[in-house]
Design a protein around this ligand. Sequence first.
Ligand code: IPE
Ligand code: IPE
Ligand code: MG
Length: 249
Amino acid sequence: MPLFKRRNAQPSAEVDFTKLPRHIAIIMDGNGRWAKKRGLPRTAGHAAGAETFRTIATYCKEIGLDYLTVYAFSTENWKRPQEEVSAIMGLLKKYLLEAIGQMERDKVKMEFFGDLSPLTPELQELCQRTREISKHYEGCQVNICLNYGGRDELLRGAMAYAKDCMEGKADPNHLTQDQFGQYLFSRGVPDPDLVIRPSGELRLSNFLLWQSAYAEFYFTDVLWPDFSKEELHKAIAAYQHRSRRFGGV
Ligand code: IPE
Ligand code: IPE
Ligand code: MG
């Protein structure tokens, strides 16, 4: 046993693939800055970010991860200029059409967290179709958070629970955490073990507020379009060096 343990020792990027976290969540941030650095419009950054997402999602399935949840568009992102919002929605449509075309090959199960009703009927239908076609696939489940906000999710959960109470379907004097979890978009999905935020920002920005109560966090300055399998390895390796106590000793 060494006498002194180096406190800030950099964890090696060696991943133990037999001990992967069960659920990784990623805030896909930094597309705009990536584009700006190259003198490109922000939209080009979103297009590059969509490619990174495709690579990482396929890789997560390959290594046997059970769940991947990505933050694609927040309830706050509607504040952006109309052209940028439209461009993001256009990319989403392109991505979903391509994903549907390749589903038989990739076999990635896809779900959506968030209120999809403000999306165009065409986009809503594409999300629905993606979900339907892939619902029987085994292996990695990818959850795309669209028009998602943690607070919005909690309010919707509270309202749905109140409605069930009024209709006699739930007991207003008794509610467990597991029961309340059934009212959230993430129902049936275990909490994330690891939340990754690229782009250097050190905040949650309204992502998985309930679910990440005991998640491990990994922040990196790398911008999302530059995020790679190697970056994912670094995040998982760092996670594997953490000691999770969940309030115990
Ligand atoms: C994340 O990248 C994508 C969305 C929020 C839709 P940003 O567009 O936030 O990129 P930065 O943070 O401005 O660099
Ligand atoms: C969070 O990124 C939302 C997504 C990545 C979809 P933002 O860029 O919107 O977050 P802030 O504004 O930096 O907090
Ligand atoms: Mg951002």
